[in-house]
Design a protein around this ligand. Structure first.
Ligand SMILES: NC(=O)c1ccc[n+]([C@@H]2O[C@H](COP(=O)([O-])OP(=O)(O)OC[C@H]3O[C@@H](n4cnc5c(N)ncnc54)[C@H](OP(=O)(O)O)[C@@H]3O)[C@@H](O)[C@H]2O)c1
Length: 385
């Protein structure tokens, strides 16, 4: 029986993770839940799973949560901006699933690893921003970091059992998002509603916009670099609109191993939570004859410059990926609020990256400073547009 702490339990990944727990009551128990502000959903999750400790960042939501929990005994409620970090550190769980969105996920990821727990990581921003710090904490114990992102879960499966020296490169697949085939001029007119209508995946709003600009793929390239210790020239991206093949490993002899599954995040979530076991998921295998065909096409790097921005930031390393991520978070929010156009997102990110002078060392302090600077600079550029 694995004891879990789920951060971001009210989000898309978090609710699907609880679904996995619900289907496997003999395998998992929940010792902690963390959320941002959605106390309505969290209160129901607490009543169902009865974790001894929960965290909610928003203070007003915490007050309301405590009022509603009045009659429920034995649940400690942490609140405030550091609540999930405290929860990740102090919970008695064996494994923390970090399904928060954004760079705010990094401190809880570090806390989970520093306190000896296994980290199941959906929050890709943790690795993009603090990849060096995270990988340092799992040095010599690679099984303490388990990917949840479908592409990285796929690659980890493709690499199970093969000799790493035989690996030639990995290929991360991209659906292409809702604007696949659009020109830059057409993208300039894309609405928020169109950008939120992803063709194959149902996800939270931030990653859905990142999928529309393809910044999500860029963040995943950086994530793969850290997770698998691969040079950026060994990580490729190919567009695969059907979202059936999630990752491919190519070996020295030219052989390629690919992982295939339907676009259902419960599969990689379940594989991570139950790692290394494969649990019966209630998810059916693919009917290949009905699928008919799988197609691939190159990335349109001109229409979607975000991927190359991520390669650039990743290769520069140091605080550059943190700056890429922070500027992107600000620009995505501005797009969702109707303040900028979709194509402005990568323009803002590119401008902030151009101006950044990377810190000489990577530490929590230098990363935080770079993140704060990039957010402020991105906000200024957004205002000037
Ligand atoms: N969704 C997917 O299919 C998918 C696939 C692969 C990777 N990922 C990655 O998984 C992560 C989560 O994505 P998602 O789509 O599940 O996002 P989401 O639906 O927007 O959920 C985000 C979660 O983070 C919580 N949160 C926000 N601010 C917080 C704060 N200050 N403190 C604590 N918790 C906070 C939210 O709580 P409230 O709602 O209560 O505010 C919510 O539970 C992202 O890094 C994403 O890139 C997602």
């Amino acid at each position: 029986m694995r004891a879990l702490c789920i951060l971001g339990s009210t989000g898309s990944i978090g609710t699907q993770a609880l679904d996995v727990v619900r289907r496997n009551p003999d395998r998992f128990r929940v010792l902690g839940l963390g959320a941002g502000a959605n106390q309505e959903l969290l209160v129901g999750q607490i009543r169902e799973f009865m974790p001894p400790i929960v965290a909610i960042a928003d203070e007003d939501a915490a007050a309301e949560l405590k009022r509603k929990l009045g009659a429920v005994r034995g649940v400690e409620v942490l609140s405030g901006p550091h609540a999930t970090e405290t929860l990740a550190r102090e919970s008695d769980a064996d494994m923390v699933l970090n399904a928060m969105v954004g760079a705010i996920g990094l401190p809880p990821s570090l806390a989970a690893l520093q306190s000896g727990k296994t980290l199941a990581l959906a929050n890709k921003e943790s690795l993009v921003v603090g990849g060096e710090l995270i990988m340092d904490l799992v040095k010599g114990e690679p099984d303490r970091l388990v990917p949840v992102d479908s592409e990285h879960s796929a690659l980890a499966q493709c690499l199970r059992g093969d000799r790493r020296e035989d690996l030639k490169r990995v290929v991360v697949t991209a659906s292409g998002g809702p604007f696949r085939g659009w020109t830059r001029d057409e993208l300039a007119k894309a609405s928020v509603k169109e950008a939120l209508a992803h063709p194959t995946w149902s996800m939270g709003p931030k990653i859905t916009i990142d999928s529309a600009t393809l910044m999500n793929k860029g963040l995943e390239v950086i994530e793969a670099h850290y997770l698998f210790g691969l040079d950026y020239r060994l990580i490729d991206v190919v567009v695969h609109p059907e979202s059936i093949i999630h990752g491919i490993a190519e070996f020295a002899d030219g052989s390629m191993i690919a992982q295939m599954a339907g676009a259902d995040m419960r599969l990689p979530i379940q594989l991570a939570l139950g790692y290394p076991d494969r649990l019966p998921a209630g998810i059916h295998g693919l009917d290949l004859a009905t699928l008919g065909r799988l197609t691939f096409e190159p990335l349109d790097r001109e229409a979607f410059p975000a991927v190359d921005l991520a390669y650039r930031a990743g290769r520069l390393g140091l605080t550059y990926p943190a700056v890429l991520n922070a500027a992107n978070e600000v620009a995505v929010m501005a797009f969702l609020e109707g303040k900028v156009r979709l194509i402005h997102i990568s323009e803002v990110v590119g401008a902030v990256l151009d101006e950044h002078e990377g810190a000489g060392v990577v530490s929590e302090v230098t990363l935080q400073r770079a993140d704060g600077w990039a957010r402020a600079r991105a906000a200024e550029i957004v205002e000037s547009l």
